[in-house]
Design a protein around this ligand. Structure first.
Ligand code: AMP
Ligand code: MG
Length: 410
């Protein structure tokens, strides 16, 4: 059996980045992968601006002595969005607000907390340094600065950077086309009544939702019976357009497990069976120009093999650089039973207690138990060569890509 790392290496040789790109509006670019470099078309801020609410000072007036010198006469006002046209003359000042362009000749801005104002006269106690409280032109973003490069995935932060420079359109890698179907005579879609011996198809929903977190177009081919001809037809439909075909079920060694045989007939199988728990029967191959992933049918196995193998492959096809999972050491609370041989991924819950991260397995780890994912926020990695892990041991955890890890998590 292939170990997980060798399987991932083989897979990265099979997955070649998609090179097609398209121009898309910035407003529709969240989650998309950039296909070329983007340089700032302008400086931000586009002019020297005040960083504070205060008063603009001429260089001659920076060192005024509060006790001896006269104050400065306020001759006007500069608000954000408005330009004070006249140059600043020594002995005068302009009331100025955060983000407003500074008048020509301004050497510094004294903050309003540091002045005393009497009618149109101000005096200040603390003299600012030259340039103080002025945001110079391009202080945030300099024209021609690199803002994004091929392979960068856009998010709210990067998109706002582009918007600040007036960018309205980006060149993005086209969406990866993912076809998926589940297999199993027992499967029914939620919404239809269950016949005897039937269950609802959970995996297709899991896969649809998981792939939708990436820049993909989904072709959902439904739940298919355990019928080689139906599977073959669906595969051929899928590969007319798809870059990736994902199936669930029918890749194990049961009498009704036809999927990998059909793939071997209409395409080729590159590998099958991984030293992995759960998810051993994973099958990977090619049909037409598409990469094929036959994920095992037990829902936990489906999700684990998706996260470990399919998700990074989609990223790679998008042209994103290869990444390593977010892995952290944590102190195990509880015991993990394990037999040597396969690497196991145990659904867990980690907590941050002061400067310690602790983790507990999230209940019964049977591969049919979707509830083991329900509150989980990580996977505990159990290495191939271990006979079980004792409480208090340091284990590696992989953070699950979930909103449960956002900054407000208590
Ligand atoms: P298989 O990999 O086809 O042998 O299926 C293994 C187990 O997973 C069986 O108990 C199936 O009933 C179950 N299973 C297969 N496909 C799905 C699915 N789409 N949703 C929920 N359970 C499934
Ligand atoms: Mg089955």
């Amino acid at each position: 059996m292939l170990n997980v790392d060798d399987a991932l290496r083989k897979l990265s040789d099979l997955a070649l980045p998609v090179l097609d790109s398209e121009a898309i509006p910035l407003s529709a670019s969240n989650g998309r992968v950039v296909a070329s470099i983007i340089e700032a078309p302008m400086d931000v801020p586009p002019f020297d601006a005040s960083a504070m609410d205060g008063y603009a000072l001429h260089a001659h007036d920076l060192d005024l002595d509060l006790n001896q010198d006269q104050g400065l006469t306020v001759v006007g006002e500069s608000k954000a969005g408005h330009v004070y046209q006249d140059p600043l003359v020594p002995g005068t000042t302009v009331r100025i607000f955060t983000g407003a362009p500074i008048p020509n000749g301004t050497a510094a801005v004294v903050i309003q907390e540091d002045i005393e104002r009497n009618g149109d006269q101000i005096r200040f106690r603390v003299s600012p340094e030259i340039g103080e409280n002025i945001r110079s032109q391009g202080h945030d973003i300099a024209k021609m600065q690199l803002l994004a490069k091929s392979g960068d995935r856009l998010d709210a932060y990067k998109i706002s950077l582009l918007a600040a420079c007036g960018v309205t359109e980006v060149t993005a890698v086209r969406r990866i086309r993912v076809a998926l179907f589940s297999t199993g005579d027992e499967l029914t879609d939620p919404g239809s009544p269950l016949g005897p011996g039937q269950i609802y198809d959970a995996n297709r929903t899991a896969l649809r939702e998981l792939v939708s977190e990436r820049p993909v177009e989904v072709l959902d081919l439904g739940a298919l019976p355990d019928d080689p001809q139906a599977i073959s037809r669906a595969l051929q439909t899928a590969v007319e357009t798809a870059d990736v075909v994902i199936t669930s079920g029918g890749v194990s060694v049961g009498d009704a497990d036809y999927v990998k045989d059909v793939v071997a007939q209409v395409g080729s199988l590159d590998f099958w069976k991984i030293a992995l728990k759960p998810g051993k029967p994973l099958a990977v191959g090619r049909v037409g120009n598409a990469l094929f992933f036959g994920l095992p049918g037990n829902p936990v196995s489906t999700i684990i093999t998706y996260l470990l193998f399919v998700a990074p492959t989609i990223d790679r096809l998008c042209g994103m650089p290869d990444s390593t999972p977010h892995q952290l050491p944590a102190i195990l609370q509880g015991t993990i039973e394990h037999h040597r041989g396969r690497r196991e991924y145990v659904r867990g819950i980690f907590r941050i207690n002061g400067n310690r991260i602790t983790v507990s397995p999230n209940g019964d780890q049977s591969s049919n138990r979707l509830t083991s994912f329900a509150n989980a926020n990580c996977l505990i990695v159990v290495p191939e060569r271990t006979d079980g892990i004792k409480p208090g041991s340091i284990v590696d955890i992989l953070l699950l890509p979930t909103d449960r890890a956002h900054i407000w998590t208590g």
